[in-house]
Structures are given as structure tokens and as C-alpha cells.
Design a protein around this ligand. Structure first.
Ligand code: ADP
Ligand code: ASP
Ligand code: MG
Length: 416
């Protein structure tokens, strides 16, 4: 007998029929003698629908009210799934995040889980219940409802699995595993049998939304066996594993394991800023103070020695506020500088632990993009990833060209 935490995403519970199918799947595990905790997302589209309504009423809704609103989506699916399970003879109870004891900090819309009470949960499991938990939500010290950021139900699942010491956390979604890149953008993308925690962390943080980054962090930190698989068809899915656990024989050891991309960033350039010590800090200080996260940063070498250009990226949602800050605070403080902004950019990243021991990945990447006539605007590298910023309109072409050039295409592997 094993204990499984199974998380079902929005599409997997997107209709009454889908909820019935989930109930049948859960019943199958229970019939084989396993204990099951089920975490569900809101029905697909629901979180967006709620967000749109909020925006229509208030362009800057209070984060506390947003969490109050968005958490309702998951409350619908937990009760419906519990009913569907009961209908087929499976004892089940639904619980909100607060009821199950998922305590978070008070950072509304992006709260972090601090602790989970497992006593009641364990008692319910021992009593033979399937426990159905609302994903994406928790409760702060003062009893306010909080949410964990978009895609946060993944994190609820992994955190519960960690707290309960589950045998496996299974993330059921609308694709049958983690692919070399988003199969919706690259039809030649290939499912990976396994991927290391480190690589998955990079892919998630660089834009692959198949797993929320915090879910991967939890899995790494608490050694939770984590698997991504389809709720629509049976299959082995993709196992997220510690690098040390990689099996030498079956290990797929390409240079690049995956390609991530995002259109969710915007680029700002301050031209002709004085080239004196302290400038970078005078530009980025006020931005950090406003709680705006900066991603890539490039400072040019000043050709004449007096002036330089300073470019950085922020999340698209922070673009307007950053621009305003630069215009109203930073530029007057620096005593000059011209501002250029571009929010039609994409960041495309290659990820792979194989990069550590191989030179030449960057130059190959640049050659492939050059051959496609794609201009590179910014570059950043770390031990196991290379990211480039390009014009948004070239994103799909870049992803597909790189996928082929680095030997990730489905046909390449199958014909071997
Ligand atoms: P859920 O609603 O189940 O949480 P998500 O939409 O959040 O599902 O995540 C699944 C989606 O992630 C897939 O439909 C796919 O388009 C996208 N995706 C992005 N990158 C990848 C990748 N490398 N492998 C698999 N899916 C990916
Ligand atoms: N419903 C939330 C969202 O759409 C959480 C989740 O699905 O993981 O982001
Ligand atoms: Mg998701």
C-alpha cells in the first residue's frame, strides 16, 4: 500500500465529465489499496475569468480581495470532486487550504507555505477517506485567505506530499509529461523519461509552466518523488529526479535537455547615462525599493569613457511602473539619460546539465539564430543555461530552429 498525492490541473477538472473521469482514476488507486490525497485546481479558465471581472471593477484591486476572489475557483472543484467520488462509492471529504491547515505568510497573491498541519489529514486517511484539498490557497496567521501565485496548485500538491511523506506526488495535466519544450509551440518536442530537479527548476523559472517553480523547489528540498503525467491517457509520464539518482545506463545525456521561453518580460534601456561609480545602484535601487524584480542586466562599455548604456528586463506586468520610476525618479537623479522601452520581446533559454562539461553551446546557439536572421538583443548565461532576448515575433521560429539544431527533435531520437 502506498500513499499518493495526486494533483489535477484546470483542464483535467474542466467539465463535469472530466471531474467524473478524475473520480474514476482516484477510485482505481484506492481499489488497489492505496491511500490518496487529491489536490485540484479551479476549472480551466476560471481563475482568468475571475481576474477579468476584478479588473473590470477596479484597475488595481487590493491583493487581499484578489486572493479572496481567486480562491473560490478551487472551492468549486473540491466539492464537485468529493460528490463525484461519493457517487461511485468512495468516501471522500473536501477541504479548503485553511481547513487542511496550510499556513502561509501574508504575501497576498504570492504567499509562501510555512507549515502544514497533518494530524487531521492523517486521521481522515486512516479512516479510509479520500481527502480532497483545494490547491493554490492557504491561510495566514490572522486567518486571511492567501493564494500561492499562478500555477500554485502544483506547490500545494508537492508540499502536502512532503508533509505527509507520500510515496509519490503525481501531477496530472493535459500533456503526458515534461517535454523537451512546450509541445504546443514545437510539434517535434519529445517527452522526457526523466529530468533532474536542477534542470526542471531552470525550465520552470525560465517560463515552462508545466510545473510551478516552487513546487520543484519543494520537491528538491524535501526529496519528494515527483512525476508529471496525463490525466487523459495512461503512461509513465516524466519523473523529476535528483541528479545523483540518474541511472547511468538509461540516462539520456544530451548537451541540452530542454528549451524554455517566455513573452512575459519587457526591456528598458537608459542611454547616455554618466559612466561613474554608483550608477547601476542609482538606477536599480529605486526599482528594488518598489519591489520590482529585475531579471537580465547589461551595461555597455562606454565608448568615449563618459557615458554608457544600461539595459535590463522586468516582468511585463511591471513595465509601466518601472518606466514611470525611471522617468520621474532615476533620470532626474542621474541628471540625464534617454529612455527606450520595448515590451515586445521574448526570452528563449537552453537548459541542460550537459552544458557544464561542454564549451561551444553559446556559439552554436548564436549561429543557429543568425542563420534564421534573428537578432539577439541580450544574452545571459549561468552554469546550466543560456538565455537570449529576441523580438517577440521570432520566438517560435527560434525555439523550433534551436530544437532541431541541438538534436532534440522526436524523429532524431527515434531513428537512432
Ligand atoms: P495544469 O492546468 O494541469 O496545471 P498547465 O497549463 O499549468 O496545466 O501546464 C501544462 C502546460 O504546460 C501544457 O499544456 C504545455 O502547453 C505547457 N508546457 C510548457 N512547457 C512544457 C514542457 N517543457 N513540457 C510539457 N508541457 C509544457
Ligand atoms: N487556479 C490557479 C491558476 O490558474 C492555480 C492552479 O491552477 O494551479 O493559476
Ligand atoms: Mg499549472
Amino acid at each position: 500500500m502506498a500513499l499518493y498525492v495526486q494533483k489535477f490541473g484546470g483542464t483535467s477538472v474542466g467539465s463535469v465529465e472530466r471531474i467524473k473521469a478524475v473520480a474514476e482514476k482516484v477510485k482505481g488507486f484506492r481499489d488497489r489499496g492505496h491511500q490518496v490525497v487529491v489536490v485540484v485546481s479551479a476549472m480551466s479558465g476560471e481563475t482568468n475569468r475571475l481576474t477579468d471581472m476584478a479588473q473590470a471593477l477596479n484597475e488595481d484591486p487590493a491583493p487581499r480581495e484578489m486572493d479572496m476572489l481567486l480562491s473560490t475557483g478551487e472551492q468549486v472543484t473540491i466539492s464537485l470532486l468529493a460528490m463525484a467520488l461519493q457517487q461511485i462509492g468512495v468516501p471522500a471529504t473536501s477541504h479548503t487550504g485553511a481547513q487542511v491547515g496550510i499556513h502561509t505568510d501574508s504575501a497576498y497573491t504570492k504567499a509562501r507555505i510555512q507549515r502544514i498541519e497533518t494530524d487531521d489529514l492523517k486521521a481522515d486517511l486512516e479512516a479510509g477517506q479520500v481527502v480532497v484539498v483545494a490547491g493554490f490557497q492557504g491561510v495566514d496567521e490572522d486567518g486571511n485567505i492567501t493564494t500561492l501565485g499562478r500555477g500554485g496548485s502544483d506547490t500545494t500538491g508537492v508540499a502536502l506530499a512532503a508533509a505527509l511523506g507520500a510515496d509519490e506526488c503525481q501531477i496530472y495535466t493535459d500533456v503526458d509529461g515534461v517535454y523537451t519544450t512546450d509541445p504546443r509551440v514545437c510539434t517535434k518536442a519529445r517527452r522526457l523519461t526523466s529530468i533532474t530537479v536542477e534542470e526542471m527548476l531552470e525550465l520552470a523559472s525560465l517560463g515552462s509552466k508545466v510545473l510551478q517553480i516552487r513546487a520543484v523547489e519543494f520537491a528538491g528540498k524535501y526529496n519528494v518523488p515527483l512525476r508529471v503525467l496525463s490525466s487523459f491517457e495512461d503512461g509513465p509520464g516524466t519523473l523529476i529526479i535528483a541528479e545523483a539518482d540518474q541511472d547511468e545506463d538509461t540516462m539520456e545525456e544530451p548537451l541540452i535537455s530542454g528549451i524554455a521561453f517566455t513573452k512575459n518580460e519587457a526591456k528598458l534601456t537608459l542611454l547616455n547615462t554618466p559612466d561613474v561609480p554608483g550608477v547601476a545602484s542609482r538606477i536599480l535601487g529605486p526599482i528594488a525599493d518598489a519591489n520590482i524584480e529585475v531579471d537580465m542586466i547589461v551595461q555597455n562599455v562606454a565608448p568615449a569613457g563618459d557615458y554608457t548604456d544600461f539595459t535590463f528586463t522586468v516582468a511585463k506586468g511591471d513595465y509601466k511602473a518601472t518606466k514611470k520610476l525611471l522617468e520621474e525618479t532615476v533620470i532626474p537623479d542621474l541628471g540625464g539619460g534617454d529612455l527606450r522601452g520595448d515590451d515586445n520581446i521574448a526570452k528563449v533559454s537552453l537548459v541542460g546539465v550537459g552544458m557544464r562539461s561542454h564549451a561551444g553551446v553559446a556559439s552554436k546557439m548564436f549561429r543557429v539564430l543568425a542563420d534564421e536572421n534573428i537578432n539577439i538583443r541580450m544574452v545571459s548565461t549561468s552554469e546550466i543555461k543560456i538565455s537570449v532576448v529576441i523580438d517577440e515575433k521570432h520566438m517560435e521560429l527560434a525555439v523550433n530552429a534551436l530544437h532541431t539544431a541541438f538534436g532534440l527533435d522526436k524523429s532524431d531520437i527515434e531513428s537512432e
